[in-house]
Design a protein around this ligand. Structure first.
Ligand code: CA
Ligand code: ZN
Length: 301
């Protein structure tokens, strides 16, 4: 069993990064992950403008996976996400879907007891998920702050990236150079107020190289669905990128005219908003596995 500790972090996904650990394909790796504020927020009296902005969105890693080469996929099986006993959320005027309506910057430390977040007198069952998860980008795509999601993954803030699911990331550099952080104990689609329930966590994943399986965007497999997760300057661009990748794969998987697959997508493929608050916005195109299996989608991207 391998482990990466919480002080081994990156703040940018770069084409060239120095790995902190090298593992064979199919290894189990624990990641000790920090919250998006690097634990600088500990009470409701903390003032966000005073936190060190250079230490936001740390991702633990990167890990070099032996055998991974550009043109492969890195299969990330998410086996466990064990969160801390409390997390925090914040309103930052100027950020979020209601950036002009929000007048006061507040932070709220929210305790978690017996599997539920306790907030405003409500008990909200937690659903831990990983906000930032990715690999080194292509050289031509350049360097990406951990706050910004793109083809390499990054801050996709997608609530389906949770225990029991499998993320497939496009490998762009030898070893893939995988890192993760920014776990949320709970977050709804959209993440409208700019944060989830931000929380440190111990994340266990299995990292496996899939040789010669290509994808432009990250793909997520849940118990029942396959998703293309795409990001763009706005929701229209993200929706088009996610849909285009899925419709193309559907047409090839079924060996039908592209336009027929486009009609089928309109009948059975959902588009769902992941988040509208990061520097690029994220949408997933979602297809049920009983229409086309994940394996056939992956083989036809
Ligand atoms: Ca995030
Ligand atoms: Zn977060």
């Amino acid at each position: 069993m391998y482990k990466v500790n919480s002080q081994d972090v990156i703040f940018n996904f770069k084409p060239n990064m120095e790995a902190v650990l090298k593992v064979p394909s199919a290894s189990l790796v624990h990641f000790d992950s920090n919250d998006c504020f690097f634990q600088q927020v500990t009470s409701n009296d903390d003032v966000l403008s005073e936190v060190d902005q250079n230490r936001l969105n740390p991702a633990t890693g990167p890990v070099y996976v032996e055998g991974a080469e550009p043109g492969d996929l890195l299969q990330v099986d998410i086996l466990a996400i064990d969160v801390a006993e409390s997390g925090c959320a914040a309103v930052v005027p100027g950020h979020g879907a209601l950036k002009d309506e929000a007048e006061e910057a507040i932070v709220r430390v929210i305790p978690i007891r017996n599997g539920a977040a306790h907030y405003l007198g409500l008990k909200l069952p937690i659903q831990p998920m990983i906000g930032v998860i990715g690999v080194a980008p292509k050289a031509e795509d350049g360097e990406w702050p951990t706050a910004t999601p793109w083809k390499h993954g990054g801050n996709m803030d997608t609530r389906d990236i949770r225990k029991g699911t499998t993320l497939y990331l496009p490998v762009a550099q030898p070893g893939a150079l995988f890192a993760l952080g920014d776990v949320h104990a709970l977050m709804a689609d959209g993440e409208v107020c700019f944060t989830g329930l931000e929380i440190p966590a111990d994340v266990l994943v299995r990292l496996t190289v899939l040789k010669g399986v290509k994808s432009e965007w990250p793909i997520l497999e849940t118990e029942t669905e396959t998703m293309v997760i795409a990001s763009g300057e706005d929701l229209e661009e993200a929706t088009a990128s996610a849909s285009s990748a899925m419709v193309g794969a559907m047409a090839r998987a079924l060996d039908v005219q592209w336009e027929e697959a486009y009609i089928l997508a309109s009948l059975v493929m959902d588009t769902r908003i992941s988040q509208v608050v990061d520097p690029t916005m994220t949408v997933r195109a979602v297809l049920k596995k009983d229409v086309i299996t994940t394996e056939r989608i992956l083989a036809n991207l």
